[in-house]
Design a protein around this ligand. Sequence first.
Ligand code: DSN
Length: 399
Amino acid sequence: MNFYNFINLLRIESIKQENTINLIASENYSSLSTIIYSSSCYINKYTEGYPKNRYYSGCKIFDIFENKSIIESQLLFSSNFSNTQPHSGAQANFCAFQTLLKKNDKILSLDLKSGGHLTHGFKKNFSYKIFNIINYCLDKNNLINNYNIELLIKKEKPKLLILGYSSYQNLIDFKKLNKIAKKQNCYVLSDISHISGFICSGLIENPINNSDIVSSTTHKTLRGIKGGILLSNNKKIFNKINSSVFPGQQGGCISNNIIGKYISFKEANNFNFIKYTKQILINSKIMLKTFLYRGYISSIKNTINHMFLINLLNKCTLLIEKILEKNGILLNRNFFPNDIKSSKNPSAIRIGLSAITTRKFKNLEVELLSNYICDIIENYNNIFKNKVKILCKKFPIYI
Ligand code: DSN
């Protein structure tokens, strides 16, 4: 591909991003600073190892950056120890498992159809292939039930309890569940990938003191560059985390990304970020309320984070996703609790509000957009294409 073709493709993608509304709950827009600082000459540099203990020469300057990313993330999550090297959330989880478990050890985690993540034990994932996975499901009210988890821990005696999700709308009682797990000598991994932005803003309880390890991605509600992170307050466990990340799972870290992580942690360590996450929550509640008002069903009638599920019952969610995309609205289809449909055409759509909140959508626009979406779902047409474009023009991402 020549340079002009490359620039042209980038231009097309960036225009698409500017002209579409992104409701994908696992996505967000990094700040321009994060993009610029992470696109440096460090793309060229291997930095295997840790600060002051590298396996390649020429890493002295990078030690400064990595140390800054570590300190900033510790401040952000009030943690004593942090490893900012995991390439992704999936790799962070792999390293956490490798730290705490041996092959075939038992893991108790939230079922995929109840909102769990692939790395928490999905059949085709490494987690299922290496460990013995037992799932807890949501109860009849579509909630995580502490008592059910307690019964399962007593019966199954897992070595690790995973708390965390890809789609769930209510709080997790980290404190209580950690206490239950500890009584049975069970480790706790809190995967806060989706809610880390709310946790560092103090809007959701920080599980750092009620977990052996906390894992997260850095690009969802946290709004940073794509990547992973591992935190712990236990020094012994943390030393194992470090060797589990390198050389246990990864070689050199993605040096330029570590700098991007540092910039975004710094941005999140700011009063404006608290205001931002508060607005995500307001927007999320408004959109859910509008859907409920229009007669739609969610897994529960509230949300405490950036996302919620809407059950489209007999409608084809694959088709709805495509029609919404034709109108310039992006989201993903998703299992609804106890779904009997396939993963290709599950019953629900998942809606996330972080990205549009980054664009500064507030109450009025969110309500307007919610009604557009309901109309599109009900009428299967693309008459909102221009209205969506107008909304996008009013709320640019980067200008
Ligand atoms: N699929 C993403 C999520 O929504 O959790 C991350 O893998």
